[in-house]
Design a protein around this ligand. Structure first.
Ligand code: SAM
Length: 287
């Protein structure tokens, strides 16, 4: 973040919060079934004892917080993020959903000091652990914050969503595959913990890994208009980082796709799909 110079990655700067926030909200909207599956799984894992205090680590716009509070109606949540604008966005949504009195937001850089969140029954960390400079340290803090028997749900993205057919009707076939390859190369440098195997990490930090589940998402047309906006927000985000990694004709094709006006653009296509994969680890602090 701009005001914390030691923060090494660029996921959240003060200036580009809005596009990421929009992307996270669209992710929640388009992948709502996946989210419901995850929450249903948490329900099974927590058995008869519904969680009362929940910690959402790297909460973003609150996707996990809201889904969990709507399901566990007697629970309260602490939503932690390093980006104050994410937390403001979350608070606005919380008021609109009537959930504000069950949520407290805490701004904290999790690479610095662990915030005073007290003891919790459930920690939800979705697409946030790979951002940590020292994930093992964060996992030790999570362990200490959980009550004995408490549960951590760590959700990570195996592959960023893909939307496009190989042949777009213009440009060279295979654009999305080339764009993902370029993005993966960049991310391997920026975020070395992305795609790491969290099972052994959880075990060596004291957790009992109860299950690891892979969720394959494969939405086919016809899709709602939000899927087009989700594709646009996703590809816009990866488009921003390409300087020199993609050929000029590929960049031009991407710009056609991203254009809201072009009839061949993402907002107007009827051939979009949403293909993605996520893995979730359910890890318990032993009694
Ligand atoms: C990819 S987003 C995921 C948001 C949300 N959990 C979700 O699944 O929609 C990652 C979030 O982690 C936050 N984050 C990244 N590094 C952080 C750090 N060191 N301390 C606190 N929050 C951090 C970012 O601000 C961002 O909101």
């Amino acid at each position: 973040m701009a005001h914390q110079p030691h923060h090494h990655h660029h996921c959240t700067s003060e200036t580009d919060h809005a596009p990421l926030a929009e992307l996270l909200d669209l992710d929640a909207e388009v992948l709502h079934k996946h989210l419901a599956n995850l929450v249903g799984w948490v329900d099974e894992l927590t058995g008869g004892t519904a969680p009362r205090r929940i910690l959402d680590l790297g909460c973003g716009t609150g996707t996990g917080t809201f889904a969990l509070l709507q399901h566990f109606e007697r629970a309260e949540a602490v939503a932690v993020d390093g980006d104050p604008q994410m937390l403001r966005h979350l608070s606005g949504k919380a008021r609109a959903l009537g959930l504000a009195d069950r949520i407290s937001t805490v701004q904290a850089d999790l690479d610095a000091d662990w915030p005073a969140v007290g003891t919790v029954d459930l920690v939800w960390a979705s697409a946030s652990l790979h951002h940590m400079a020292d994930p093992d340290r964060t996992l030790r803090e999570v362990f200490a914050a959980l009550r004995p028997g408490g549960l951590l749900l760590a959700i990570e993205i195996d592959s960023f969503p893909r939307f496009l057919p190989d042949d777009l009707g213009f440009g060279r076939p295979g654009l999305e595959a080339r764009a993902h390859a370029a993005m993966d190369a960049r991310r391997a440098v920026d975020m070395p913990h992305l795609g790491s195997d969290w099972g052994p990490r959880l075990t060596r930090n004291g957790f009992t890994v109860e299950a690891e589940r892979r969720f394959a998402i494969d939405l086919k047309p016809p899709l709602p208009a939000s899927a087009g906006r989700y594709a646009q927000a996703s590809l816009q985000r990866i488009r921003g980082g390409f300087d020199g990694e993609l050929a000029a004709d590929d960049l031009a094709a991407l710009d056609t796709l991203l254009s809201s006006e072009s009839p061949a653009g993402l907002l107007h296509r009827d051939d979009l799909t949403v293909r993605a994969a996520r893995t979730a680890w359910a890890a318990r602090r032993p009694e």
